[in-house]
Design a protein around this ligand. Sequence first.
Ligand code: IMP
Ligand code: MG
Length: 187
Amino acid sequence: MHETASEEALHPAPADAIEEVVFESLTIDSRVAELAAEISRDYRGKDLLLVGVLKGAYIFLCDLVRQLTPPVSFDFLSISHFGAGRSSPQPVEITCDLSEPVGGRHLLIVEDIVDTGLSLHYLVGILQERQPASLAICTLLDRPQLRLADIPIRYVGFDVDESFLVGYGLDFRDRYRDLPYIATLKM
Ligand code: IMP
Ligand code: MG
């Protein structure tokens, strides 16, 4: 089916929209393998539950979980976005919750990118109230220079600068998540 001209303007095809590939697919694969090895070592013998934050972390979690060696399960939740942007953050809400109680389990929150850290700050607070055995954070991308909330991140794939990124789960208006690489957009 052909898109109309206005749809094309709003959502240009990757070939027209991508400015620069920042992390090639193979680079991501090998970093995910390193993270998986580190997490497998740290959680040896423990019952690990990965908590993926939808939708952005979905692809990262899928690749990560297939390389982990401890007994592992995974679940997902979604949270609302900040209504008022970075300058006036609103507490986020869980819009779709985990499917099971997490009390007494070893939780590893899996994120695509930590920017201000406010979403995770809020999420960690909620999940801590459920009394897990432990709670840690793994993010593929970290943008520490824009951090507003001080949250401890145990596993980071790559540090990135302030450029807006898409691909490998990251979106612009819900597009480009399917790209196998991470790239900047022509803005
Ligand atoms: P924060 O850490 O609460 O500011 O928000 C992090 C969330 O914002 C991520 O989980 C993404 O959903 C989104 N986000 C932040 N930076 C980017 C980006 O460069 N591309 C796509 N989504 C982003
Ligand atoms: Mg996200």
